[in-house]
Structure formats: structure tokens, C-alpha cells
Design a binder for this molecule. Structure first.
Ligand code: C2E
Ligand code: MG
Ligand code: MG
Ligand code: MG
Length: 300
């Protein structure tokens, strides 16, 4: 494709060729700079921060866990979402450092949450596919939990379906170690990759998160309604609990609740927020009469 672009640029004149190569050079310089800046942000612990999004138990309307989602407040570019810099970290060999930073911060925040009166609240962190290959990951998790005096039951690891399936044997070994430490494991973005049911049965998983793309068009899309019901049924057969991601409407909530989904996460409950915003949110929830974030209607 690069050759074709070069050919087209050449055949349409010198100026275009000049423009084309300058564009490439700018792009490379930009990526290089972003990489350096991210490295600095990590080593100085300056600019990266965590937001938390509540996960609601549909049985009782209570928030039982939070998902940690990383953000980067860049000095010139403003607030950057993870999709903008996780890839940079993965391509340049410091995703391990980034996920270790997230883990440390999440454990610090778990300690703060316990002090604020939420000792049973759990936090889920995302684990990059590349980190599944690290031999030292289990020790790192163990030591970080110990250093902050956090019970392993309060930490959950989210691994995407694709990451798990791309190296099943390695994943199996690592997840078993994590499980014996006492952590819970979620399979993230389920439905977007290729899972073999045989593997899914063998992996030590606790929770399955249905990808937002299947929830988005509920309850209008018949195909998605069928798919979501099938995923919930399959997950329950495998003794997995189910979280629906990206729930934005009351209609989606009602559909999911009436079809036996266990948990929901999405803008309907709350956007991801910094820790102080989340503790306010949790306190409001505690204070509300029925202790429900939403006044859940009875099943139809
Ligand atoms: P994910 O783990 O599937 O996280 C869910 C994403 O959906 C988050 O995007 C969240 O903000 C967004 N979301 C939640 N509810 C709704 C909703 O109702 N509507 C819509 N439209 N979106 C919703 P975010 O924060 O941009 O994160 C994107 C991805 O980046 C995450 O997908 C995760 O794979 C990755 N990521 C985030 N934090 C970390 C981290 O600390 N380490 C690693 N390795 N990856 C991370
Ligand atoms: Mg996730
Ligand atoms: Mg997801
Ligand atoms: Mg995702």
C-alpha cells in the first residue's frame, strides 16, 4: 500500500511526493514524542490517573464492584482515552510498567475505599494480552496486594477474549496461579473474538462480560436479543456470572434483567469517575431509601 501511495504521489507530481514523505515523518515524530512523554508520565507518576465505573448487581440493585479505567491528562493534547496510548505502551515494551502502575493505584484506592466505609467493594483491573506472557506477573500481583494489605478477593482481573484465546495454554497456567492467590477472573469483550467452547470450559473463569456491541441495539435488534440470551444461557451452564457492558437505557436494563443477566455496567448507572466522585456516588446509593441505585421494576 505504501508503494502504491508513493507511486500515486509520484505520478501526480513532485509536490505530492514531498507532502507524502513529510506526512510520514511528522507521524513518526509524533508517535516517538508520545512514547517519550508516556514514559515520563509513568516514571514521574504525573498525568496518569484512574477512573472507576460501577458494576451493578441486578438482583438487589447494589454496586458490588468497580472497573478501573486508566486516563492520561496530557499537557498539550488534553485528556486521552486508553485506546490512544495503550497501543503505544504495548508497541514500546512498557505496557508491563503501565499495568503495574494501574495495579498499585487500584490497591491504594481499595485501601481508601475500605477506610471510607466500603470494605467489601471490589475492583476489576484490565490486563493487557502481552502481560499474560510474563512469568513475574503472579508475584507482582501478590506483592502489591500484600504491600497494601488488600484481601485478594477484592481484586479481579479482566482479560479480553482475544488475549485468552491467542495463547490458551499460557493463559490457563497464569489464570490458575491467579485463582489460587484468590483473585477472580473475568473474560472481557466477550463475543468479539473466537472462543472455543472446549477452552472456555477449561479456563478458570468467574465472570463473562458481554461486549457493548451486542447491547447497543437492544431491545430493537432481534439478532442481538437472541445472541445475548444465548450467551447468558451458555455462561450460566458453565457456572459463570454475566455482566452486560455499555448499558445506556432503561429498556436495555429491563431486557437484561428479565433474561437473567446478573450485572450491568454502563452510562445508565454512571460514567467512569475519579475516586472522590465515585465515593460520593456510593454514599448516595447507601443513603437512598431502598438502597437501590435504580428503582428496579419487578420482572414482567
Ligand atoms: P473495556 O475494558 O471493555 O472497558 C469498557 C469501555 O467502555 C470503557 O472505555 C468505558 O468507558 C466504556 N463504556 C462503559 N460504559 C459505557 C456506555 O454505557 N456507553 C459507551 N459508549 N461506552 C461505555 P475506555 O475507558 O475508553 O477504555 C477502553 C479500553 O481500554 C477498555 O475496554 C480496556 O480494554 C482498555 N483499558 C482501560 N484501562 C486499561 C488499563 O488500565 N490497562 C489496560 N491494559 N487496558 C486498559
Ligand atoms: Mg474491561
Ligand atoms: Mg469490555
Ligand atoms: Mg473493550
Amino acid at each position: 500500500h505504501a508503494d502504491l501511495a508513493l507511486y500515486q504521489a509520484k505520478s501526480s507530481g513532485r509536490n505530492n511526493l514531498h507532502f507524502f514523505s513529510r506526512h510520514l515523518k511528522n507521524k513518526a515524530t509524533f508517535e516517538l514524542q508520545l512514547e517519550e512523554e508516556l514514559h515520563l508520565a509513568l516514571s514521574r507518576d504525573n498525568g496518569l490517573f484512574l477512573t472507576y465505573q460501577p458494576i451493578l448487581d441486578l438482583r438487589n440493585g447494589q454496586v458490588v464492584k468497580l472497573e478501573a479505567l486508566v486516563r492520561w491528562q496530557h499537557p498539550q493534547l488534553g485528556l486521552l482515552p486508553p485506546d490512544r496510548f495503550i497501543g503505544v505502551a504495548e508497541a514500546n515494551g512498557f505496557i508491563a510498567e503501565l499495568d503495574a502502575w494501574v495495579l498499585r493505584r487500584a490497591c491504594q484506592d481499595l485501601a481508601i475505599l475500605a477506610g471510607e466505609g466500603f470494605p467489601d467493594l471490589r475492583v476489576a483491573v484490565n490486563c493487557s494480552a502481552l502481560n499474560l506472557c510474563r512469568d513475574d506477573l503472579v508475584d507482582e500481583v501478590k506483592h502489591t496486594l500484600q504491600a497494601h494489605d488488600i484481601h485478594p478477593r477484592r481484586l479481579e482481573l479482566e482479560v479480553t477474549e482475544n488475549a485468552l484465546m491467542s495463547n490458551v495454554n499460557q493463559a490457563l497456567y497464569l489464570l490458575e496461579c491467579m485463582r489460587s492467590l484468590g483473585l477472580c477472573i473475568s473474560i472481557d469483550d466477550f463475543g468479539t473474538g473466537y472462543s472455543s467452547l472446549a477452552y472456555l470450559k477449561r479456563l478458570p473463569l468467574d465472570t463473562l462480560k458481554i461486549d457493548r456491541s451486542f447491547i447497543m441495539d437492544l431491545p430493537g435488534s432481534h439478532a442481538d436479543m437472541e445472541i445475548v440470551q444465548a450467551i447468558i444461557g451458555m455462561a450460566h451452564t458453565l457456572h459463570l456470572q454475566v455482566v452486560a457492558e455499555g448499558v445506556e437505557s432503561r429498556e436495555q436494563l429491563d431486557f437484561l434483567k428479565s433474561h437473567g443477566c446478573d450485572f450491568i455496567q454502563g452510562y445508565l448507572i454512571s460514567r467512569p469517575q475519579r475516586l472522590d466522585g465515585i465515593t460520593d456516588f456510593l454514599r448516595q446509593q447507601q443513603g437512598s431509601v431502598a438502597s437501590n441505585v435504580l428503582p428496579l421494576r419487578p420482572n414482567p
